[in-house]
Design a protein around this ligand. Sequence first.
Ligand SMILES: Nc1ncnc2c1ncn2[C@@H]1O[C@H](COP(=O)(O)OP(=O)(O)OP(=O)(O)O)[C@@H](O)[C@H]1O
Ligand SMILES: [Mg+2]
Length: 510
Amino acid sequence: MVTRVRTVAFQGIEAQPVDVQVMISPGKMGIHIVGLPDKAVAESRERVQAALHASGLSLPPKKVTVNLAPADLPKEGSHYDLPIAVGLMAGLGAMPADALQSYVVLGELSLDGTITHVAGVLPAAISANRQDRGLICPAPCGPEAAWAGEDIDILAPRSLISLANHFRGHQVLSRPEPSMHANAPDLPDLADIRGQESARRALEIAAAGGHNLLMIGPPGSGKSMLAQRLPSILPPLLPRELLEVSMIASVAGQLLGGKLTDRRPFRAPHHSASMAAMVGGGIRARPGEVSLAHRGVLFLDEFPEFTPQVLDSLRQPLETGDCMIARANHRISYPAQIQLVAAMNPCRCGMAGEPGHRCARGPRCQQDYQARVSGPLLDRIDLRIDVPAVSAVDLIHRPASESSAFVAVRVARARDVQKRRYEALGFPAVTMNAHCPVALIEEVAQCDKAALTLLQQAAEQMRFSARGYHRVLKVARTLADLEGIEAVGRIHVAEAISYRMAQDAANQAA
Ligand SMILES: Nc1ncnc2c1ncn2[C@@H]1O[C@H](COP(=O)(O)OP(=O)(O)OP(=O)(O)O)[C@@H](O)[C@H]1O
Ligand SMILES: [Mg+2]
């Protein structure tokens, strides 16, 4: 007789249905798993056997065949332990096979029969809900699964025994409750930063429109400090964004305690990050830093110190908002709609352009260092600003600057204007000017005559790419939105152009 248990395989953040078929037949004793299992799945044989033994159930001296269907879909991970074990238990009569039909099952087993945490429970629960089924998952993942819907039936047992007892009616498992992380006000505040007015302004514009930002300045001027304060002025995730972001965190196994948070992700990988760590993939397909920063910020400190290949791998996600990974045996895509914030020194010694300083290696010091960041990547950065060293007067005498709470109010107001605009235009998925579709840019950023003339002159003189031209318009739109003005004026365009010029001017000076 064959017993069937439903589980899932992950492709990107989608959970594909997989059927676990278990057959107990006469033959040499042992468990055989077929259906493209990877190493972790093949090893589940040992865990299942031990966990069943620890739960007081020994295998009969027969041949057990486990087929994971569809057979041509690669199966990765340790979450097949539980469906295989319950399939076997149903085959042995220790669990009702027909009751299992209405559940999707996933979980890893310890040798002592406890069910331990696995990645991807949230997408699995959403997929189960779509099929009108319940979910059986490990106890620590229960709160995460509960987010999939109010009416989905969730069983989150601690061990195989408590699951068996539930079906026998000896012990009732209660439905886990969805929970959120209490957002403690522990984010660093902009009030800590002295001086740097123009950098603070650029940070506010970046936050308001979701624009990419590059800060260039000497060591110790506060670039890393500024970037770390960006999360404190970003608005919380919208409800549908929350679920999207949490699905990625879930697949990556990073939803701690099964709790969700409405804080936008802020990822700051070290510059030694590999390509697989940045864009995802590797032997076991996992979302990379760009996907974990989806709907939030990817902060690359010491920008030119990243390997050029890793930096250039960001070009596609920055343009399309997703990350397509093709490997020999699979092709998957993860969402990656990010805001890139980068910080760098102007040269290797860090002081190029500072008054009274001369680089030991002359202008080449700056040229070589900056050439590590490719032109096409720079072209995708809307705001490039210089962050000069803070003077001692600023540090000692200046009163504390405006705190994040005030800036966050202005940012939230500007974001609200943008969200309503794109909704009215029939693009509800677009919430920020930075993601405005090409076809709409000129319609939403309607410039007056003076602004147009300035834009034309600048585009000709500075030889903007088409992308550069569009990005200047988007930044100008955000500037007008921050002021609550409908028409984009010359002053907005002029400021937007100045942010694009900063680095070109520095390069020409070198
Ligand atoms: N504008 C500022 N206001 C107050 N403190 C500052 C400011 N800039 C720098 N500091 C002080 O200097 C320290 C270092 O700043 P930070 O790490 O942000 O510099 P950085 O520009 O990133 O330098 P590097 O290029 O070496 O990475 C901060 O921890 C803070 O103590
Ligand atoms: Mg720094």
